[in-house]
Write a protein that binds this ligand. Sequence first.
Ligand code: HEC
Ligand code: HEC
Length: 185
Amino acid sequence: MRNKHLWIAVGLTVALMALVFVAGWMVGRPAKHETPVPVASTPVDARAVFVPGAGQIDAIRRGVPIDQEGHPPPMAHVENADLKRARAYPMQPPTIPHAIDGYQVDKNSNRCMLCHARANAATFQAPPVSVTHYMDRDDQFLATISPRRYFCNQCHVVQTDAPVLVANQFRDIDSVLSTPPTAKE
Ligand code: HEC
Ligand code: HEC
């Protein structure tokens, strides 16, 4: 046999490759208990109103089970209807009854005051900001908008069609006063 050593070397190499293949297959094979956790396929209504005490875990998950992922709620639409909403209490900043897209409010300019400054209010038929917006922290009246009230969106928000996120039983003072007192209260 001329090539005896060559044949032995080839045979050994083949055997070694087979061994490596089997070992790799054994190691790479997923173990029985490692079946992948099924991802929630049904969309979960992330807009569902949270009802405290109804067996839900917390307000942020909105009743979505802990092993599932709720899809984020759709963006709310800004309402641009010029309709004022009732204020829940006297010092509530009124919601903005118009869209404010592109209204710049920064160090250099305040677009809101173009219409809501006392001097311009008549021209634009906008309600002027109330006196509180000209008062500094010592209750002194300033000639221009107070720095405390400069960034309007800090307190005023646009009106949207966003649903109530957390169920609540808030009643304003008028409805409380109009309810006849019961014997126990
Ligand atoms: C082009 C003029 C104009 C600009 C600019 C403007 N507004 Fe108005 N705003 C009005 C008018 C007019 C009304 C009265 C209601 C209506 O017609 O929508 C109003 C109403 C409001 C109200 C309701 C007041 C109430 O008593 O209920 C708020 C709050 C308000 N605007 C805040 C803002 C804020 C904050 C900005 C800047 C981001 C702004 N507005 C920019 C014209 C304007
Ligand atoms: C720190 C919170 C805060 C900031 C900032 C603020 N407001 Fe107000 N705003 C209020 C509150 C509270 C009221 C209701 C009570 C009152 O008039 O002070 C109000 C009332 C108003 C009203 C109704 C006035 C009326 O007589 O009914 C308008 C219009 C208004 N704000 C516009 C603005 C504009 C424009 C800016 C920005 C230049 C602004 N606000 C900044 C809190 C704020």
